[in-house]
Design a protein around this ligand. Structure first.
Ligand code: BDP
Length: 717
C-alpha cells in the first residue's frame, strides 16, 4: 500500500514536471496561454477572420506562425477568410495589394518605411474597421505580424493605435563560426546546428525554428561558416547543401552568405596561385560565384577573413586588402552580391601595438573599395574584451562602407556558464560620440549611414547558437541573441527596453519579477567587468581557450601574452597608449585624444587601457589605484552573490526546469568570479607589494595553484 502511494506520488510529481517544465527550446516565441480575459477575447476575435491579399511563401510562413501562436495562446486554430469583406477582421498584405483600400496619405506613409518596414493598426473602409498589417514587401508584413504577436504576449497591444517601424540598418546578420565537422569555434552550446553530413537529404525541423526566431527579431542575413574558412564549402556538393538552408530561410527574409577562403583557387581550383590580380584566379572566383547563384539565386555574398591570424590573403602576393576585396566584389556584383571584408587584422611581423594595426592597413585604402564591399569592424581594436573603447576605425574611414561586428557568443565573457547580458556593453559602444566625420557623430549614427553616403549598412553578431536544447547553453544567452537582433534593427534602443521585453516573453508578466530579473541583467555586464578586467584591464584570460584568469600567461608571440596587455611592474600597471607610449590613442578624433590623454580625466573604465599608472595613483573616489583594483574585484564577487539571492527569491514564479538551470549556473558563476578575483589579486600583488584593503574579502588560495590549472578540454577551440 505504502509502496503504491509512494509510487503514485513520485509519478504525479514527475508528471507535474513533465507537463510544466520548460526546456527553453521555444525561445521568446513560447506563446503562453493568454490569461487576461479582455486581451484574450480581443485576440480571439481577430483570429476568427483573417484575410490575406494574395499568396506567397512568406504569407505561408505567416500562417504557420499564426497557427502556432493562436493554438498555444487561445487553444484554437485561426480562421482564414476567402473574401476580404463580410466576416473578415484582419487584413494582411503589401501596400500594393491593399492600394484600393488605402488613402494616398496612408500609401505615402507606408512607402516611406522602406522594404523591411511595416504598419499595423485600424483601417476604416466603407464604414467598417479592419485591423491591418501592411508592409511594402511580404517580409515587412512578416515583421509586422511578429510585432503584433509580441504586443499580445507582452500585453502592450492596443487595437486603436497605429504602430509602424522600420530597421535603421540594412543587413542585420548572424555570423556563425561553425566548421564543416560541426564543431563551433568559440561555441559553448554544443555542436553546429548545420548537419552538413546529412544535408541535403535530411532537413532538420530545427532549421525552420531557427529562421522563425531570427525573423521575429529582424535578422535578415546569416553567414553559415567559420571565418577561419574551409574551401570545401565552395564545392558543388556543399552548395547543394547550402541551397537547402537558403530555401528554408527565404520565406523568412533571410539571405545566406558563406565564408570564402582566399586560397580556395589553389585548394579546390587546381591553380598554383590565389593572386587576386591573376586572370585565372579572377576566372575561378567568377565561375564559383556564378555557380553559387545557380543554386541560390538570392545568395547574399562572401564574408572574408584574410591575412589575419594565419589566414591566407592578398598580402602573400604583395597585394593590399582593397585589391583582394575588390576582386571578389567584382565576381559578386553582376548578381547584386555583397563582399564583407573583416578588419580584424594584425600581422605576425609587425611589432606595433596590435591596437593600431587595422587603422594602419585600412586608412590608406579608404575610398579604394568597390561599392558592394563592406569593411566589418569589431567593436573594439583588440578582441571582444569584456569592455573595450570603440574601434578607432569608426569615423576614420568615411569613403568606404563600414559595418559593426559584435560577439554574441561569450568567448571572453564567461562563455556559457555565466549570466552576462551583453546589450549594455553594445549600447555603450553604439552611443559613444566619436566626433568624426561630423562633430555629433556616434558609432550608431555612423552605422545607420547617417554620417556618410553609405547605403549598404551592416551590423553582424558572432552567433552563440548550437545544438543544446535551449540553443545557447545558458538560458540567458538567449537574451543576447534577442538583444543583438533588436539593436541591429534599431541601434538607438536601450538595453533596458530590450531586457523588459525579453523577460516578459520568456518568463511572464509579473511586474515584480520583471523588475528583479531586469536588475540582474542590467547589472550583469558591469559585474563581470569588475571580477574579470576592471578599470580598463584586458586580455588577461587563460591562453587559447580564454576560460578563466591567466594574467601570468607568457610565451609565444608577445601580443598573445597577458603581460603585453597589463604591463604590470613594481611601479604600476596599464598599457601606455598615449604619445609617450604606443600612441594608439592618436588614432582617435582630437576631441577624444584630448579627453583621454590625461589619466585624471579619462573615464576610469578605460584608465589602464590607455595609461600606465602608479599603484598609488589617486582615483576619483580618493582610493589608490591598487585599492581600487581590489575593491572592483571584490565588488564583482559580491554582486554575483546578489544576483543569486534575487534569483532565489523568484523560485515560485519561474518554471522549475528553467529556475534550476539558472540557479546551478549562478553557483558556478560565483565560484568562477571568486577564482578570477583570487587569481588576479594574488598575481598583481606580486608587483604592487601592497596589502589588500582590510574591508574586502581576502583573496584565498595560492597563486601557484591557480597558475597550475589546465583546461585542455575547454570548449570552443
Ligand atoms: C578571436 C577568436 C578566434 C577568432 C578570431 C577572429 O579567439 O577564435 O578566429 O577572433 O575574429 O576572438 O577571427
Amino acid at each position: 500500500m505504502l509502496k503504491s502511494i509512494l509510487l503514485s506520488s513520485i509519478l504525479s510529481i514527475s508528471l507535474f514536471f513533465t507537463v510544466y517544465a520548460n526546456d527553453g527550446y521555444n525561445l521568446w516565441l513560447d506563446y503562453q496561454a493568454i490569461q487576461n480575459a479582455e486581451l484574450k477575447s480581443e485576440f480571439k476575435s481577430m483570429m476568427d477572420g483573417i484575410y490575406f491579399f494574395g499568396e506567397n511563401p512568406t504569407y505561408q510562413a505567416i500562417k504557420n506562425e499564426l497557427n502556432t501562436a493562436s493554438e498555444k495562446m487561445l487553444n484554437q486554430t485561426p480562421i482564414y477568410t476567402k473574401e476580404r469583406l463580410s466576416s473578415t477582421k484582419v487584413w494582411i498584405g503589401t501596400r500594393d495589394q491593399l492600394s484600393q483600400v488605402l488613402s494616398l496619405t496612408e500609401q505615402g506613409e507606408i512607402s516611406s518605411l522602406g522594404p523591411d518596414g511595416f504598419w499595423r493598426g485600424p483601417l476604416v473602409f466603407e464604414g467598417k474597421t479592419y485591423y491591418a498589417i501592411i508592409g511594402n514587401k511580404p517580409v515587412g508584413v512578416l515583421y509586422g505580424v511578429y510585432n503584433l504577436l509580441n504586443s499580445i504576449q507582452t500585453k502592450t497591444f492596443n487595437n486603436s493605435s497605429k504602430v509602424s517601424d522600420s530597421p535603421k540598418v540594412k543587413f542585420r546578420m548572424l555570423n556563425h563560426w561553425d566548421n564543416l565537422d560541426r564543431t563551433v569555434e568559440r561555441g559553448y552550446a554544443g555542436f553546429s546546428i548545420w548537419d552538413w553530413h546529412r544535408l541535403p537529404g535530411y532537413v532538420d525541423p530545427r532549421y525552420i525554428d531557427y529562421a522563425r526566431a531570427n525573423a521575429s527579431i529582424g535578422i535578415n542575413a546569416v553567414s553559415l561558416t567559420n571565418v577561419n574558412a574551409n574551401a570545401l564549402i565552395l564545392t558543388t556538393d556543399f552548395m547543394k547543401k547550402a541551397k537547402v538552408l537558403a530555401d528554408i530561410f527565404r520565406p523568412y527574409g533571410i539571405k545566406v552568405f558563406l565564408t570564402a577562403r582566399f586560397s580556395a583557387p589553389i585548394q579546390i581550383g587546381g591553380l598554383e596561385t590565389a593572386d587576386p590580380l591573376d586572370p585565372n584566379v579572377k576566372d575561378f572566383w567568377k565561375e564559383k560565384t556564378d555557380e553559387i547563384y545557380s543554386f541560390i539565386p538570392d545568395f547574399g555574398g562572401f564574408l572574408v577573413k584574410a591575412n589575419s591570424e594565419g589566414q591566407p590573403g592578398p598580402h602573400e602576393y604583395k597585394r593590399n586588402h582593397a585589391e583582394g576585396a575588390n576582386m571578389l566584389a567584382d565576381a559578386l556584383s553582376p548578381h547584386g552580391g555583397l563582399l564583407i571584408w573583416r578588419a580584424f587584422v594584425y600581422s605576425f611581423e609587425e611589432d606595433q601595438d596590435r591596437h593600431k594595426q587595422a587603422n594602419f592597413e585600412f586608412e590608406p585604402l579608404d575610398g579604394k573599395f568597390r561599392e558592394n564591399v563592406i569593411i566589418q569592424v569589431k567593436n573594439g581594436a583588440i578582441d571582444f574584451q569584456p569592455r573595450e573603447p570603440f574601434h578607432p576605425l569608426f569615423g576614420a574611414i568615411n569613403e568606404t562602407n563600414i559595418g559593426m561586428e559584435f560577439q554574441i557568443t561569450q568567448e571572453y565573457l564567461g562563455q556559457a556558464t555565466q549570466l552576462v547580458y551583453l546589450a549594455p556593453m553594445w549600447e555603450e559602444v553604439l552611443k559613444t560620440r566619436i566626433y568624426r566625420p561630423n562633430p555629433s557623430s556616434t558609432v550608431a549614427s555612423l552605422l545607420e549611414g547617417k554620417e556618410t553616403t553609405q547605403k549598404n549598412t551592416l551590423m553582424a553578431g558572432v552567433s552563440n547558437i548550437g545544438t543544446d536544447r535551449n540553443w545557447t547553453g545558458h538560458l540567458f544567452g538567449q537574451a543576447n541573441w534577442f538583444a543583438f537582433g533588436k539593436q541591429a534593427w534599431n541601434p538607438e534602443i536601450t538595453s533596458e527596453e530590450i531586457a523588459t521585453e525579453w523577460i516578459k516573453l520568456t518568463f511572464g508578466q509579473n511586474p515584480d519579477m520583471v523588475s528583479k530579473i531586469s536588475k540582474i541583467m542590467l547589472e550583469s555586464h558591469e559585474t563581470a567587468v569588475d571580477y574579470m578586467t576592471p578599470l580598463g584591464l584586458h586580455h588577461i584570460m587563460g591562453r587559447s581557450h580564454h576560460y578563466g584568469p591567466g594574467p601570468w600567461v607568457v610565451g609565444g608571440r608577445a601580443d598573445w601574452t597577458a603581460p603585453y596587455y597589463h604591463q604590470a611592474d613594481s611601479l604600476g600597471i596599464g598599457f601606455d597608449r598615449t604619445r609617450s607610449g604606443s600612441d594608439a590613442l592618436g588614432q582617435y578624433a582630437p576631441e577624444i585624444v584630448e579627453a583621454w590623454s590625461d589619466p585624471k580625466q579619462i573615464p576610469e573604465k578605460y584608465l589602464l587601457w590607455f595609461h600606465h599608472v602608479p599603484w598609488d595613483f589617486k582615483l576619483k573616489n580618493g582610493n589608490t589605484l591598487w585599492e581600487g583594483i581590489a575593491y572592483h574585484y571584490d565588488k564583482g564577487v559580491k554582486d554575483v552573490r546578489e544576483m543569486q539571492e534575487i534569483w532565489a527569491s523568484l523560485e515560485s514564479e519561474i518554471d522549475p526546469e528553467e529556475f534550476d538551470h539558472v540557479r546551478q549556473l549562478l553557483e558556478i558563476q560565483e565560484e568562477e568570479a571568486e577564482w578570477w578575483r583570487n587569481a588576479c589579486l594574488l598575481y598583481f600583488q606580486t608587483f604592487s607589494n601592497r596589502p589588500f584593503p582590510s574591508d574586502i574579502e581576502q583573496p584565498e588560495g595560492d597563486l601557484e595553484y591557480y597558475k597550475s590549472l589546465m583546461f585542455p578540454n575547454a570548449p570552443g577551440i
